[in-house]
Design a protein around this ligand. Sequence first.
Ligand code: MN
Length: 185
Amino acid sequence: MELHHDRHHAAYVSNLNTIAKDYPQIVDMPPVDLLEKLAELPDSIRTGVRNNLGGHANHTMFWTVMKAGGGKPSGQLAAAIDRDLGGMEMLTSDFNEAGGRVFGSGWVFVTVAPDGKLAIETRPNQDSPLMDGKRVLFGNDVWEHAYYLNYQNRRADYLKAWWNVANWTEIGNRYAAARAGTLAF
Ligand code: MN
């Protein structure tokens, strides 16, 4: 996790800062707006912003939704998981299966719609559901850099173990923020 944060995530931030030196207009836009309006960016920086700001958004979310001994979902979030995803057991199984099916590098997410409805979605590379105007409740990184040091090629074992550190207090806070329209990354 230290390498993941200090090298991989840091590289996305550094690359984005390099782009911003030549294109200061991207600094003035709220980051979520920038991800939603990639099509409006100059061709020369669109892919760079997509990959590096996408990577920053995904990892910023990732660090906040993990904690040792993360507890269990409760309240409205637990009710939404039961209603939309068939309960925790089915969520865990469907999420792990979706994460296992991502070919190459990417992410598996639970997204939350403005009406509070939850869905499991995957994206390639550092793409984010934010690019489609959606909000991310939580997600897991299935790039090899996320698990190869400890799990080598056993992505399924990493996906299964990851639930031990899901921070349900923070995920519950994110759900409330998404419902209130204040959730960004
Ligand atoms: Mn990563």
